[in-house]
Design a protein around this ligand. Structure first.
Ligand code: PLP
Length: 383
């Protein structure tokens, strides 16, 4: 059975070129990048090169990039590092549709006595900038918002959010784990102070991430240890992972155009055809600006988790909600925040494409999805 992998927001395959770039740092160039002898040289210089590549994807200085172990860590460092530094500021603003890698650290600070404002979204997944303006206070420590939603692909207007927050002297953290390498992301245009990335979402390996920290931003390191990453994130560097992240970012920069054109066209065809072939189906966030490779589609009356299993039986991998939450049996907090009823939310599946998705993958989906929905609806009605 051929695998049709349409779950790239959960994770992406490591590209062969990325794997080849990292391989020597798992084998012959295994030295510790901090070692003063020659075995440290290659890993140290490869890390320098990788930092330049990551910085180039974001349009920042290489000195503004800190390597981490994943997107979750990058988010935690930004949030915790800001709150540790600004102890007189005890108010955080975030949104109702953030990933748990932001919601849970924020919840922790709420339990420690911080005030948290959670901004609502509308049916299209959009934020109200007026609500943000109203929420900002003199003691607001941080605005933490995602670049694009992992479930719906809805993109937030980070440049405008940053402008509003900065006008009140409040720094902005952006969870850009979904979006980096898919759409252009220049930190100067975004205006954010922290931008979190994750290797495995853009064809790098799991276990490596990065955090952009704008020069001059006030924050304190969360981990304390050696002088790696100039003390900003101590711990012996994952040289192989970092090299791979650099290669993945380089590849990401080269494939932005394909995401804008080919991948978007495949996603749009998938949506258009599914809506035409399946009655009572709808696309979440369709009225908003969205990532070009993400589609969240509801099939009324269907249980998305059951449908996911039936699709898997024919080789199609998609997801119902966030991969980190699947198995928990919880309705999507993102779709709930957009105003969907629990039944509507439970009927939704996320299809996330990549630059490796082919027209044949979409054809297979268009063949199987309507047939499975029809079968499920028939069985349900006759049950
Ligand atoms: N933020 C978002 C929006 C995500 O989609 C994910 C992963 O799904 C994360 C953060 C966590 O990234 P990582 O798996 O690298 O910790």
């Amino acid at each position: 059975m051929r695998t049709i992998y349409l779950d790239n927001n959960a994770t992406t395959p490591v590209l062969p070129a990325v794997f080849e770039a990292m391989r020597p740092f798992l084998t012959e160039h295994f030295g510790n990048p901090s070692s003063p002898h020659h075995m440290g040289d290659k890993p140290a210089s490869a890390i320098r090169d990788a930092r330049v590549k990551v910085a180039s994807l974001l349009g920042c200085a290489d000195t503004e990039i800190v390597f981490t172990s994943c997107g979750t860590e990058s988010n935690n460092i930004a949030i915790r590092g800001t709150l540790e530094m600004n102890r007189e500021r005890r108010h955080i603003i975030t949104t109702a549709v953030e990933h748990s890698a932001v919601l849970n650290p924020v919840k922790r600070y709420a339990s420690l006595g911080c005030d948290v404002t959670v901004l609502a979204v509308d049916r299209a997944g959009r934020l109200s900038l007026d609500a943000l303006r109203d929420a900002l206070r003199d003691d607001t420590a941080l605005v933490s918002v995602m670049f694009a939603n992992n479930e719906t692909g809805v993109i937030f207007p980070i440049d405008r959010i940053a402008e509003i927050a900065h006008a009140r002297g409040v720094p902005v953290h952006v969870d850009a784990v979904q979006g980096a390498g898919k759409v252009p992301m220049d930190v100067k245009t975004l205006g954010a102070d922290f931008v979190a990335l994750s290797g495995h979402k853009l064809h790098g390996p799991k276990g490596v991430g990065a955090l952009y920290i704008r020069k001059g931003t006030k924050w304190a390191p969360v981990f304390l240890g050696g002088s790696q990453e100039r003390g900003r994130r101590p711990g012996t560097e994952n040289a192989a992972g970092i090299v791979a992240l650099g290669a993945a970012c380089e590849h990401g920069a080269q494939t932005l155009v394909r995401y804008h054109s080919d991948v978007r066209a495949l996603r749009d065809r998938l949506e258009k055809e599914l809506l035409a072939r399946v009655t009572d189906s709808f696309v979440n966030g369709v009225a908003s600006e969205r990532l070009p490779h993400t589609s969240n589609i509801g099939f009324l009356g269907i249980d998305g988790n059951a449908m996911l299993v039936l699709l898997d039986e024919v080789g199609i991998c998609v997801s119902a909600g966030s991969a980190c939450k699947s198995g928990a049996g919880l309705p999507s907090h993102v779709l709930g925040a957009m105003g969907l009823s629990p039944e509507e939310a439970a009927s939704c599946l996320r299809f996330s494409l990549s630059s490796l998705t082919t027209p044949a993958d979409i054809d297979a989906c268009l063949e199987h999805v309507p047939a499975i929905v029809e079968r499920m609806r028939r069985n349900f009605i006759s049950a």
